[in-house]
Design a protein around this ligand. Structure first.
Ligand code: SDX
Length: 393
């Protein structure tokens, strides 16, 4: 144990930290949160209950759940001054640029009195972020489409409230379909946490300097935006639309295999999963249900996605490299069917992942041993040498 990195000769990789929150078995395609398989949480739980589990380590009883839900509900509004912050962005700003800026700005709006303990400050900041991210993301969407911001409602559940804030307008309340609200909640749950992925590691590293928690989450948002990470859901749907019809799939499969072509199948492959991403399986079935309820079950994009998965699944290139659909392959189809533009997909991923970032940040802050201190490097540059005056160069 080097304190920062634990290298076990039995492992083929170094672990950045130890954690008790999420476990992934990449070879078996297994994902558990505090020991509970994602398939069971997806089927039987809901996002806020999974938030409680990730934050506090156990599933809540009725009283604990009611208290947690009440605390989150009563923090869903943002400071009225934050509305003006949005007006500084261009209307065509990418929602992730807005969310990244606004989450960071929360550090300027929310700092509690010093007469409470650090642990209490951390708890309040955690609740505020889980409660306010849907409002912040919905406001980014409203701003991008030129509609007025819609305030959260305390009588709606977490997913329904988000849909309400995105799709209601002063002239007409959005009619919440329970199947759509359930699918939205499932999207949140399936993205809640995922061990030490790039954005979570970013939050841990930022937090290890005791930086402001809102600023640490903003760092996670920034990292998630990359197309190799959370930005893949937007890229995956754009790819499926570009392919357009199943007869064009072979052309894209060939491009994905061509090393001289930078094109990769978006929503395919994973740094850890060398088996099917368990979240993708749930996502595929949810996509089918949502499209059915929307009356577009023969949606061409879903047909292309399923045929692409089938063809790639029979192709030696993908089989040898253990490349399977990941969480981003089907999620965009669901979000598109619900009515979101592709530019909102990663912002919704960020909203969902906020609880994972917070749970991992709290775990690290609570135990100095878990802090990723200051990574070292393997220096590959020039040996020490003396300065040469410019006249002699
Ligand atoms: C997320 O870490 C997390 O947990 C992330 C995440 C989370 O919940 O936080 O799960 C969310 O980020 C999912 C991943 C989303 N990204 C994409 O879908 C983008 C497309 N995927 C790839 O860019 C890629 O698969 C990565 C970045 C995800 C993984 O890249 P690696 O580590 O290079 O993949 P690999 O080591 O498994 O690659 C092995 C081979 C390589 O070819 P060879 O050099 O062996 O010939 O497979 C090839 C790669 O070139 N390959 C692909 C491919 N992914 C890998 N070839 C074509 N299409 C792909 N998508």
């Amino acid at each position: 144990k080097t304190g920062m990195f634990t290298y076990d000769p039995g492992f083929t990789s170094t672990a950045a930290c130890d954690s008790s929150i999420t476990y992934i078995d990449g070879d078996k395609g297994e994902l558990t949160h505090r020991g509970y398989p994602i398939e069971q949480l997806a089927e039987k739980s809901n996002y806020l209950e999974v938030c409680y589990l990730l934050l506090y380590g156990e599933l809540p009883n009725k009283e604990q759940m009611a208290d947690f839900e009440q605390r989150v509900t009563r923090h869903t509004m943002v400071h009225e001054q934050m509305h003006y912050f949005y007006r500084g962005f261009r209307r065509d700003a990418h929602p992730m640029a807005i969310v990244c800026g606004v989450v960071g700005a929360m550090a300027a709006f929310y700092h509690d009195s010093t007469d409470i303990s650090d642990a209490q400050q951390r708890e309040i900041a955690s609740i505020r972020m889980i409660a306010k991210l849907p409002t912040i993301v919905a406001m980014a969407y409203k701003y991008s489409v030129g509609q007025p911001f819609v305030y959260p409602r305390n009588d709606l559940d977490y997913a329904s409230n988000f849909l309400h804030m995105c799709f209601s307008v002063p002239a007409e309340e959005y009619k919440i379909d329970p199947v759509i609200a359930r699918a939205m909640d499932l999207i949140f749950t399936l993205h809640a946490d995922h061990e030490q992925n790039a954005s979570t590691s970013t939050v841990r590293l930022a937090g290890s300097s005791d930086a402001n928690p809102f600023a640490c989450i903003a760092a996670g948002v920034a990292c998630l935006w990359g197309p190799a990470h959370g930005g893949a859901n937007e890229a995956a749907l754009n790819m499926l639309r570009e392919i357009g019809t199943v007869d064009r799939i072979p052309e894209y499969i060939a491009r994905a295999k061509d090393k001289s072509d930078p094109f990769r199948l978006m929503g395919f492959g994973h740094r850890v999963y060398k088996n099917y991403d368990p979240r993708a399986k749930v996502m595929q079935e949810t996509a089918r249900q949502v499209l059915e309820i929307m009356g577009v079950e023969n949606n061409p994009t879903l047909q292309v996605a399923k045929e692409l998965e089938k063809i790639a699944g029979e192709d030696p290139y993908f089989i040898e490299r253990k490349l399977y659909p990941n969480v981003d392959f089907y999620s965009g189809i669901i979000l598109d069917a619900i009515g979101f533009p592709t530019s909102m997909f990663t912002a919704i991923f960020a909203l969902s992942r906020t609880v994972g970032w917070i749970a991992q940040w709290k775990e690290m802050i609570a135990d100095p041993q878990k802090k990723i201190g200051r990574p070292r490097q393997l220096y590959m540059g020039e040996p020490m040498r003396d300065y040469v005056e410019i006249a002699s160069r």
